[in-house]
Design a protein around this ligand. Structure first.
Ligand code: ASP
Ligand code: MG
Length: 401
């Protein structure tokens, strides 16, 4: 088999950890596998480098910042190769760019455009364990680029896709994807298998096990993806195209996102084009609007509520300032949380939403906004009830069973 493994920051967080990882890799190699290993920087390292980079300037040159940040992953990749060599195994390390990862020139958040696998394949043929620094590539312009925070997951999936690897294992310090955050609900269960689409919803909603761009890429190239714990031998979570078994639960998980704020425009002039105008202004300022709810207008006026990231609230206020005559009043609320129920089974079952709403009302939790898609129900509640909402939804959908 051709196995791609990726080790996150805590998995390579010390010399002892790198030593332990080397043993794990050798064990897998000895089971007659070809191995490509993608590594993150040692935990805390990327943040440390970021801080250094901002010492001389508030806005350091993005190209140089990428050159700096990418070094963290190169340190671990070469250390791991040295460790494997010392244990009498052939191993070679490469930066992302040398390994053939070609990206756009969009610094700090580059897109992978192509993976040239010639060099990797050649080294695999020579029986090497190939170690690749994650989180980075090279642009046509000849610059080192990085792929955004958490980007080593994306490196691993892209490489696995390009090599048509049999499996891509993402190693972290947890056993896998859980039905919800176990720190909020200790009864949360590890999920054995989950579909790409469900994982995408959970990843983008804050179940931080996998970077969401990497799940999108896995879906696009049908990469067999799994997450595992590098600190034990437990079986992790498989992320696959679709589950065909009858046992598939209706709801797979509950996600919590506290990073949003609610904006309520009250008494918006109910005339064609006004909503388009307001949201175009926000779009032009690169403000990402998530949920939008407009209530039916009366007296020629309507209410429009939407959510933005907390960090973008100030620029939202600023952007809407000029448009105050278009509505009677505007309110902002940072103390909200988005709780989302995710499950592919919702496509074919009714009553899923009403069960959830009943569970929340039983706890006297007020629902501020709701939005739904085929496989997701997102509910905005007061932030102080967020954890309680997660627990009551987790229980009503029997995710603890
Ligand atoms: N070291 C990078 C980060 O912390 C990339 C990664 O670990 O995935 O974001
Ligand atoms: Mg990560």
């Amino acid at each position: 088999m051709l196995v791609v493994q990726k080790y996150g920051g805590t998995s390579v967080g010390s010399i002892e950890r790198i030593d332990a990882i080397a043993d794990r890799i050798i064990k897998c190699k000895n089971e007659n596998n070809k191995m490509v290993v993608v590594v993150s920087a040692m935990s805390g390292e990327t943040n440390r480098l970021l801080e250094y980079g901002h010492h001389f300037s508030e806005h350091p040159d993005k190209r140089e910042l990428d050159a700096l940040l990418s070094s963290g992953e190169r340190v671990t990749s070469s250390l791991l190769a040295i460790a494997l060599n010392a244990k009498n195994h052939k191993a070679v390390s490469f930066s992302g760019g040398l390994a053939g990862i070609k990206t756009s020139n969009h610094h700090n958040n580059a897109k992978i455009e192509e993976v040239d696998t010639a060099l990797i394949n050649g080294r695999l043929e020579e029986n090497n364990i190939v170690i690749i620094a994650g989180f980075q590539g090279v642009s046509k312009e000849g610059n080192i680029t990085t792929l955004g925070r958490g980007g080593s997951d994306l490196s691993a999936v892209a490489i696995a896709g390009a090599l048509k690897a049999d499996i891509c294992e993402i190693y972290t310090d947890v056993d896998g994807v859980y039905t919800t955050d176990p720190r909020i609900e200790p009864k949360a269960k590890k999920i054995d298998t989950i579909c790409y689409d469900e994982m995408l919803e959970l990843a983008s909603l804050g179940a931080k096990v996998l970077q969401s761009r990497s799940v999108e890429m896995a879906k696009k190239f049908s990469v067999n993806l799994c997450t595992r714990n590098s600190f034990n031998d437990n079986i992790g979570t498989m992320i696959i195209k679709e589950r065909k078994d009858m046992e598939h639960p209706i709801v797979s998980g509950i996600a919590l996102d506290k990073s949003q704020a609610r904006v309520s425009m009250i008494g918006v002039k109910d005339k064609p084009g006004i909503i388009a105008e307001l949201f175009t202004i926000l779009g032009d300022k690169n403000i990402n609007v998530d949920m939008i709810v407009q209530t039916v207008g009366h007296d020629g006026k309507a209410n429009v509520d939407f959510t933005v990231l907390n960090g973008e609230l100030a620029s939202t206020k600023e952007a809407l300032k000029k448009y105050h005559e278009e509505f009677d009043n505007i309110e902002y609320d940072e103390d909200i949380a988005k709780v989302s129920v995710v499950g592919i089974g919702m496509k074919s079952h009714t009553g899923v939403a009403s069960n959830g709403f009943t569970a929340l009302s039983d706890e006297n939790i007020n629902i501020l906004m709701v939005s739904t898609s085929e496989i997701k129900i997102s509910i905005i509640v007061d932030e102080k009830y967020a954890e309680l909402a997660v627990r009551s939804l987790h229980s009503v959908y029997e995710l603890d069973k």
